[in-house]
Write a protein that binds this ligand. Sequence first.
Ligand code: ZN
Length: 292
Amino acid sequence: MKILTFDTEEWYIEKSLNGGRKERYCQYDELLEWILHTLEKNDIKATFFCVGQLAVEFPEVVRKIADKGHEIGSHSNRHLWVNKMIRREFEEDTYIAIQEIENLIGQKVKSFRAPAFSIGKDNDWAFEVLAENGIKYDCSVFPANRDFGGFPQFTSSVPSLLKKGDYTLNEFPICPATLLGKNVPFSGGGYFRLVPLWLQKKFVNNMNYVMFYFHINDLVDQNSKLMTRREFEEYYKEPGTLKNRITRYVKTNIGKGGALNKLDTLLGNYSFCNVQQAAESIDWSKQPLIEL
Ligand SMILES: [Zn+2]
């Protein structure tokens, strides 16, 4: 089972951080066009996790994706890290995002992914909030350490029943591959750009479950500028020292040129499904149960 997902917030982030530069909107429009066309050509339905404010400020973007029959999930309302919020803030954020998206597309939102995989051990109450808001499928668990999130204590990297309090969710974690005895994430973001195509294929061929995750920005084929201290601090909520900014800059840009080509090859060579299709095809009684 190979699941294809896109986290979708670029237009909204561009507007709120940079005032909305035309050339950036054009670039994102073009990439989205390419993605939708390539999916259609290969008869693939993906899940697009959209921020609620994208539905408010750029409804045509969300509508265009939904009109092609792809699943629209929630990627929070304003792309704020869940581990920087208190429960009440996350409740409000989740409610608004789902309302805005459902109002626009006229369909229930069942799937969710937290920005930057920012649900972990210390804020696992977030799963209760998601269930209370009608989310059935969560894709927020990154079962390893990350810069701004991650859930290294989560012991499963296959689809699992996640039990928290009175609630049960279907969890689709990110799946690291095993290489020389080590766990290696490869199926999205910076990792996708770094791992060469031959190795991507080797991993995919050897695994029963793969969760691919992209931001459109991961596929942008040109160097972005170094963020200013203010932009960095607003976005990452971390000190915008030159070292921190350069580290993020390098991580974001390495290998970008080849990402689109790699994705194109994978989409042409394997069959993919979206989160909802995957959830409906799984016999959940046979999957691991993770109680938090
Ligand atoms: Zn995101």
